[in-house]
Ligand binder design. Structure first.
Ligand SMILES: Nc1ncnc2c1ncn2[C@@H]1O[C@H](COP(=O)(O)OP(=O)(O)O)[C@@H](O)[C@H]1O
Ligand SMILES: [Mg+2]
Length: 300
């Protein structure tokens, strides 16, 4: 099967700044891929080059088996693009925007109306875009990127301006698209989002892709110990240290914290001695992976 995306040795520079530095990656059709990284990592530049909006300085990009540069009009109906900075037709209402996008793609207006509903903008259909809130604008820009039911969807920080409710709704919507076979590529600042949604995550910093794998594989490779917190009063520190599999134990603000590489062994031992009440287990997260790879705080 043709790959959805094939990027080989892509380099993009702005003057002397190397915004994208020799990036290669490929995405299979039907995958849900996230590009995760701090501000300035090169996510938008990478995405816009894959979308065919920028000419690669070096390297090559193919999408659905076709080169994206020079601008490939045949690809446009097959891909959906939500840009980081949304752009709309001036002075039109939300509904008119959607109808205009629908007309451009030869899609029925009823489909455009359905999309207003799906992103929760029916109440705002008669509002001009300049009067929409940040989150509403973002939802409209997502709907306009999806109205023609593209095979391959690009979203640049689609949840950045959304409240938690709208964020969850968008997660459901994107998961649904992906379940029905669409390929989705998004950039995000949110580790939890990448972990929940993505089959594979590219961790990007300073123009480079540091790792590209499934969240679980990234976390497994990190081999971070689990932390088990036992509620206060359940367990003495010296007793905790004698439990098989416990590497370290310390008194924390909400109980005794056990550090272990064998969480199942430790938890079953706590169960045997009836000390499971209020126990919390934290395993490694993508955030731990990020910190390990970049060696510094995540700058959201
Ligand atoms: N049009 C531009 N002109 C000059 N520098 C730019 C331009 N766009 C982006 N950059 C710089 O390129 C780097 C990567 O930017 P960008 O791709 O937007 O990263 P991200 O989307 O991960 O925040 C940043 O250092 C940014 O300041
Ligand atoms: Mg960006």
């Amino acid at each position: 099967m043709t790959r959805a995306i094939e990027v080989e040795n892509l380099t993009m520079t702005y003057g002397t700044l190397r915004a994208v530095d020799d990036v290669s990656l490929s995405v299979e059709q039907g995958e849900f891929v996230g590009i995760l990284g701090p501000n300035g990592a090169g996510k938008t530049t990478t995405l816009e080059t894959i979308e065919g909006l920028r000419r690669p300085d070096r390297g090559s990009v193919t999408v659905l088996g076709q080169p994206v540069w020079p601008r490939n009009a045949g690809l446009l109906p097959r891909i959906g693009v939500q840009l980081q900075a949304s752009s709309f037709f001036e002075r039109l209402t939300a509904r008119e925007q959607m109808h205009t996008f629908a007309a451009l793609y030869g899609v029925r207006t009823s489909v455009a109306d359905d999309w207003l509903e799906r992103v929760g903008l029916v109440d705002k259909a008669d509002t001009r875009v300049e009067d929409l809130s940040g989150g509403q604008t973002q939802r409209l820009s997502i709907a306009s990127a999806l109205v023609h039911d593209p095979e391959l969807v690009f979203l640049d920080e689609p949840t950045a301006a959304l409240d938690p409710q709208a964020r969850r709704n968008l997660w459901d919507l994107l998961s649904g698209l992906n379940d029905s076979g669409r390929t989705v590529v998004l950039t995000t600042h949110y580790m939890d989002e990448a972990e929940v949604l993505c089959d594979r995550v590219a961790i990007m910093d300073s123009g480079r892709i540091l790792q590209f794998d499934s969240p679980s594989a990234l976390i497994r490779r990190l081999d971070a110990p689990a932390r088990i917190t036992v509620a206060p009063g359940q367990l003495q520190l010296d007793e905790a240290r004698r439990i098989d599999g416990v590497d370290e134990a310390a008194e924390g603000s909400d109980g005794v914290v056990l550090v272990t590489r064998q969480p199942t062994v430790v938890v079953s031992r706590l169960a045997e001695t009836d000390q499971l009440d209020g126990v919390r287990v934290q395993t490694g997260t993508l955030e731990d992976v990020f910190l390990d790879l970049t060696g510094r705080e995540y700058r959201a």
